[in-house]
Unconditional design. Structure first.
Length: 417
């Protein structure tokens, strides 16, 4: 792929993209087509899809948007029929691989040539010579911290390492301020697996033997990761294995947490003046993801979000959908929604909501792996780690179960013999 990793880029600003315009008007492709978009449910995605609809909805026979937290779970089934249920899915690193494995998204080379004259080449996710997605924003999980609570507990500065994070959590509890000061996205399934991934990379872990699909999570780094997660969970809400982004955001906004590992895309809604209190918003800082002492890799996976076009739709619908989404990637859209994301688009001015993702990228965080088999390993981690987190088995046994489940799935998919 030719998309620059955010860590290598050194800055999340300066990448440019804008849709093709003529005489100040969006070019919307063929008229009278059905445009149907499946996407996640957070402000930046609403901004892009909503702008596309405002620009080109009137030219379409219908313009449907389904923003759902279940997008990842339903996208393959929704794009499998011919015609597909949606003409586009807005994806990230892992979900593009998920769709490509089943041949459900089409190369965009011709559409980029027709409607992407002003889209910077750095935003084209190119795999084996084919443009498969157009990226428009960056994301990662990182540390959120309440500086007033840290100060009240006698903690100097925002924790930078996991040892400092655990010490700060203990100080907050010991001071009687909060019994459960930590929040993390650890809902059993995809979120638990992703939180494992963050901490595993921070411990220097490698997911696979180099150049192969053989798993390497049952390792010293894997055991150390689970020990770190168990230590953090001691300071988390008792229901942490049921909490994903909506729950952790709500917990934070309610003033019930002081240290959080959450997505950067939640930063703007946490820092705004809705749904919380001045005490929370005025004292929340977004900082780099913590590192393991002596290793120095931020506990994060760097992500991009971008749009794809379904394979199983008529070419005219594909063209209209691409043109509409491309028309949204403008400095004007960014200006109207600057703090909703870390935009990879011209006109973005980093603010407090972007600070955590920017600092995490500058610290050398690794991108989420884009290898075909990663989704199978991610699924195995999400299914098999709950027993360890609930205290029902050892770290070594849980990781052995992960590798066994992954190997079964990988053999069935043809990645392993």
């Amino acid at each position: 792929m030719t998309f620059k990793t955010l860590a290598a880029a050194g800055s999340l600003v300066g990448l440019m993209a804008s849709a093709a315009y003529a005489d100040g008007h969006a070019i919307c492709g063929p008229e009278g087509q059905s445009i149907r978009i499946l996407a996640s449910d957070f402000p930046a995605i609403h901004a892009v899809a909503g702008t596309a609809e405002a620009n080109c909805g009137a030219a379409a026979s219908e313009f449907q948007r389904n923003h759902t937290t279940e997008a990842r779970d339903i996208m393959n089934a929704a794009l499998t029929p011919d015609p597909a249920e949606y003409t586009s899915v807005i994806v990230a690193n892992a979900t593009l691989t998920q769709l490509m494995n089943d041949g459900l998204v089409r190369p965009l080379n011709d559409l980029v040539e027709a409607y992407g004259a002003n889209i910077d080449p750095n935003l084209l996710i190119t795999i084996n010579g084919d443009v498969m997605a157009v990226a428009f924003m960056a994301n990662s999980q990182h540390l959120f911290a309440r500086t007033d609570i840290l100060e009240e507990a006698g903690v100097e500065g925002v924790p930078a390492t996991f040892d400092e994070l655990l010490a700060a959590a203990e100080a907050i509890r010991a001071a009687g301020i909060m019994e459960h000061p930590v929040v993390m996205n650890m809902q059993v399934g995809w979120n638990l697996a992703e939180t494992f991934n963050l901490v595993f990379l921070a411990h220097g872990g490698e997911f696979f033997e180099p150049g192969t699909a053989n798993p390497l999570v049952n390792s010293e780094a894997g055991v150390a990761t689970l020990e770190t997660l168990a230590a953090l969970a001691e300071y988390a809400h008792p229901d942490h294995l049921s909490q994903a982004s909506n729950e952790t955001q709500a917990t934070w906004e309610a003033g019930q947490a002081a240290l959080g590992m959450m997505w950067g895309s939640r930063g703007s809604v946490i820092l705004d003046d809705e749904g919380s209190s001045p005490e929370v918003t005025g004292n929340t800082v977004l900082a780099a993801a913590p590192v393991v002492e002596g290793i120095g890799i931020p506990a994060a996976t760097l992500w991009w979000d971008g749009f794809t076009i379904a394979a199983n739709v008529p070419d005219s619908e594909a063209e209209a959908t691409f043109a509409a989404l491309a028309s949204a990637l403008t400095p004007e859209m960014v200006a109207a929604h600057n703090d909703d994301a870390v935009w990879l688009l011209d006109g973005f001015t980093p603010g407090p909501a972007a600070a955590g993702v920017s600092a995490t990228a500058r610290g050398g965080a690794k991108p989420y792996p884009m290898v075909p088999q990663i989704g199978l390993l991610h699924n195995a981690l999400g299914a098999e780690l709950a027993d360890f987190m609930q205290g029902n088995e050892s770290a070594e046994q849980a990781l052995a179960d992960v590798e066994a489940a992954y190997r079964d799935a990988a053999r069935e998919a043809g990645f392993l013999q």
